[in-house]
Design a protein around this ligand. Structure first.
Ligand SMILES: N[C@@H](CCC(=O)N[C@@H](CS)C(=O)NCC(=O)O)C(=O)O
Length: 204
């Protein structure tokens, strides 16, 4: 399988950690891609018309995106029910947590584009503040969740780790650890997993 990849993307990282945890990492070849909302990579566009990473080409030639769909595909390939509980309340809690953390990343990535890519005279402070509110409210929703501390590996926790890692690299000044002390304790332990450590984003 070929995975379109950029080392700083939290969504790509989620897929890579999932693949490692599922024992599928050796079957995935990383294809480095540079793309942006204002300069879409044409090779990526052939795989994902939205021009977003991650995108996966399976061994059967199927084209898959976005990250949640790719993770679901990999989980099924590994037998199913491994990172996404097959049924019951746990399934919906895990899927909701993944959606929450992916949404946190969406807001953070949009903030990043606004401050790093949009010309200064066109920036809109209220819009940035609106995205920041999504980030902080999502952090508050994660803070103090008891299930974070059980020993099950699942995609909600992986998505949370990717979101926090992205904040560290792009928005260190947000100081999320001060706001969410329990979450910070959980993250310190979870970040030691070999899959999480091996995919740490490079400093930017
Ligand atoms: N919902 C998507 C979000 C993917 C996404 O926003 N990826 C960013 C990189 S971190 C991207 O490719 N942005 C380029 C663009 O928006 O054109 C997923 O879960 O895969």
């Amino acid at each position: 399988m070929k995975l379109c990849h950029a080392p700083l993307s939290p969504f790509v990282r989620k897929v890579r950690i999932a693949a490692m945890e599922l024992g599928l990492n050796d079957r995935i070849e990383l294809v480095p891609i540079t793309s942006s909302p204002v300069a879409m990579n044409p090779e990526l566009a052939k795989i994902n018309p939205l021009g977003k990473l991650p995108a996966l080409v399976t061994d059967d030639g199927d084209l898959l995106f976005d990250s949640a769909v790719i993770v679901e595909y990999l989980d099924a390939l590994a037998g199913g029910g491994k990172l996404i509980p097959a049924k019951g309340a746990d399934r919906w809690r895990v899927k909701r947590t993944e959606a929450l953390c992916d949404g946190l990343c969406d807001a953070a990535v949009l903030m990043r584009y606004e401050v790093a890519m949009r010309p200064a005279e066109m920036q809109w402070p209220e819009w940035i503040a609106g995205q920041k509110q999504k980030v902080t409210q999502s952090l508050d929703a994660l803070e103090g969740q008891a299930w974070l501390f059980d020993d099950k590996i699942e995609i909600g926790k992986i998505a949370a780790a990717c979101a926090l890692g992205y904040l560290d690299v792009r928005f260190a000044d947000l100081g999320w650890r001060k706001r969410c002390e329990t979450l910070a304790r959980w993250y310190e332990a979870f970040a030691k997993r070999p899959s999480v450590d091996a995919t740490k984003p490079p400093p930017s």
